[in-house]
Design a protein around this ligand. Structure first.
Ligand SMILES: Cc1cc2nc3c(=O)[nH]c(=O)nc-3n(C[C@H](O)[C@H](O)[C@H](O)COP(=O)(O)OP(=O)(O)OC[C@H]3O[C@@H](n4cnc5c(N)ncnc54)[C@H](O)[C@@H]3O)c2cc1C
Length: 293
């Protein structure tokens, strides 16, 4: 993309807001544009998945429809779970942003941590989801006449601008030290999981993070150790928070397509992923996860 750096000479400036508050004012703008980045990310991911699914519905390989292959359905359901979790996180953040703009202090505090978390997660996943969708379409996914190459080019910038993924980790670290965001997020995870009684997830998943955060925030460790460890900590926290958010918004109507999403997220979270003999999700499950109809 062509871009430019402008140098203004012999010109005058007018101060916006109070002197010394420039960064704060800019941060408000950045937070909005980071949420926008996430909306663009999930939109591109959704389009790519829809293109791939549509194509596969009509593609015959090994003498049968491509969707009859276990590994095709398995890959689609993995991607759908990632996309759906990002979709819910994004609109949860938008709801939080609305509440913060209406003066909700708790929402404002939460947003300081949630915004960089959302930006990092959705931007990186958009690149992953578009690439995977491209591969699901085989060679046709790579051909310029289709939509996938354009989407691929467009999403590459999402993790870079509005602050790179590393900068998002540093922002999450700063937000956790300087706001109540982390505490609010922890309470939300505990409350949601307690209320919804998820079988596989409990305080055992949250407590190691709490213990690690106590160590990190004690100021005992070098910035090298702190920043490096923070990335792992926030990645785990993002996974837990996404599960809690999807769980929170699950109701009778959405349960059939959100239940398999939750199962995927929980399985991914587990370090000791048990390898069990099981069938790939069936076509109806994949179609429900796609929200195809
Ligand atoms: C197409 C395009 C349009 C843009 N439009 C605008 C715009 O309109 N307005 C605007 O203000 N900006 C704009 N940008 C700038 C964009 O926001 C920055 O390029 C981006 O945030 C990365 O900053 P940088 O280029 O200074 O990278 P650098 O800071 O040079 O980073 C280089 C690498 O080092 C890593 N890194 C840097 N510091 C640290 C650290 N402390 N810890 C760990 N890792 C670190 C980064 O993650 C990155 O991988 C645009 C960029 C692009 C590509």
């Amino acid at each position: 993309m062509a871009s430019a750096e402008c140098v203004f000479t012999n010109t005058w400036g007018k101060i916006l807001g109070k002197e010394g508050e420039g960064f704060k004012i800019m941060a408000e703008m950045i937070n909005l544009s980071r949420v926008y980045n996430s909306v663009a990310a999930i939109a591109a991911a959704r389009r790519a998945l829809a293109e791939a699914y549509h194509y596969l519905q009509f593609r015959t390989t090994f003498g049968t429809n491509a969707l009859n292959h276990a590994l095709v359905r398995r890959r689609l359901s993995d991607l759908c779970a990632t996309y759906t979790a990002d979709f819910y996180l994004t609109f949860h953040a938008i709801r939080t942003l609305d509440a913060a703009e209406q003066g909700n202090i708790k929402a404002k505090q939460l947003l300081r941590l949630l915004t960089p978390m959302l930006k990092r997660q959705t931007a990186q996943n958009a690149v992953y989801l578009v690439r995977e969708s491209m591969e699901l379409m085989g060679g046709m996914g790579y051909i310029e006449d289709g939509i996938l190459p354009k989407l691929m080019r467009d999403v590459m910038v999402l993790p870079i601008w509005e602050g790179t993924s590393n900068i998002m980790v540093l922002d999450m670290l700063r937000a956790s030290l300087k706001s109540d965001g982390l505490q609010i997020m922890g309470e939300y995870i505990s409350d949601t999981l307690a209320r919804n009684g998820l079988q596989y997830l409990n305080d055992e998943h949250l407590q190691p993070l709490v213990r690690l955060w106590r160590q990190l925030s004690s100021g005992t460790y070098s910035s090298d150790i702190t920043e490096n460890t923070a990335q792992d900590l926030f990645e785990q926290l993002t996974a837990l928070y996404q599960i809690a958010v999807v769980c929170h918004y699950t109701d009778e109507q959405s349960r059939p397509h959100l239940q398999p999403v939750l199962q995927h997220l929980l399985q991914r979270l587990s370090n000791k992923r048990d390898i069990a003999l099981q069938k790939a999700p069936d076509r109806n499950t994949v179609e429900a996860m796609m929200g195809w109809s």
